[in-house]
Ligand binder design. Structure first.
Ligand SMILES: Cc1cc2nc3c(=O)[nH]c(=O)nc-3n(C[C@H](O)[C@H](O)[C@H](O)COP(=O)(O)O)c2cc1C
Length: 179
């Protein structure tokens, strides 16, 4: 599958089968995160691969999180290590690239997963303090996003893009100058 097919197959999946992910496929999609670019190649990240069902259930319940996270066989918490990140985004010496770097790696995951027939859903709305406590994430490390990873509950969840869900081409591209 080429990258355009993977982009077309990536949809936010919010219902999963509990079927396990074969280890070789899991390793392959995780390795796509390892290969992601990062500012000054700092790789200021750590990815928690949560497979323990009891742990996922207790964290989701304790943190009042979105319950579809509990359906997939794997949940990934993408963490950014603040003091490893390059600083200087946009010429601002204190602006950290940590969220940008982790988000690029997470985007690799979403596309690699789609190429392997797996679903993901970027979850950015969660109680970070609660998740950090439950997952033993230390000070100075952020959880940038969560995603379930698993086989979609139904093939219908991988539907073609509904054009109404995206801005028009001409609305978002302009030539030479901002217009
Ligand atoms: C930064 C970010 C945060 C998001 N947070 C959530 C979330 O908390 N819960 C959720 O169900 N979807 C979340 N999404 C998924 C978006 O709703 C989804 O990507 C968007 O509606 C487009 O749909 P699609 O991914 O199926 O193309 C998030 C996406 C991004 C990029």
């Amino acid at each position: 599958m080429d990258v355009f097919e993977a982009i077309n197959k990536r949809r936010s999946v919010r219902a999963y089968k509990s079927d396990p992910i074969p280890e070789d496929i899991l390793k392959k999609v995780l390795d796509s995160m390892r290969q992601a670019p990062s500012a000054a190649n700092r790789q200021p990240w750590k990815f928690i691969i949560i497979k323990d069902r009891a742990l996922v259930e207790s964290v989701v319940k304790a943190c009042n999180a979105q319950t579809f996270l509990m359906q997939a066989p794997v949940v990934i918490a993408a963490c950014g290590i603040e003091n490893q990140a390059w600083k200087g985004v946009g010429g601002n010496r204190s602006a950290s690239a940590v969220e940008i770097d982790v988000s690029i790696a997470a985007t690799h995951l979403t596309l690699a997963a789609a190429a392997e027939g797996l679903g993901t859903c970027w979850v950015g709305s969660f109680n970070e303090a609660c998740f950090k406590k439950m997952l033993k994430v230390p000070e100075g490390v952020r959880i940038v996003m969560l995603t379930p990873l698993g086989f979609p509950a139904s093939p219908d969840l991988i539907h073609p893009l509904n054009p109404e869900t995206r801005k028009d081409f001409n609305e978002i591209f302009c030539e030479n100058y901002y217009a």
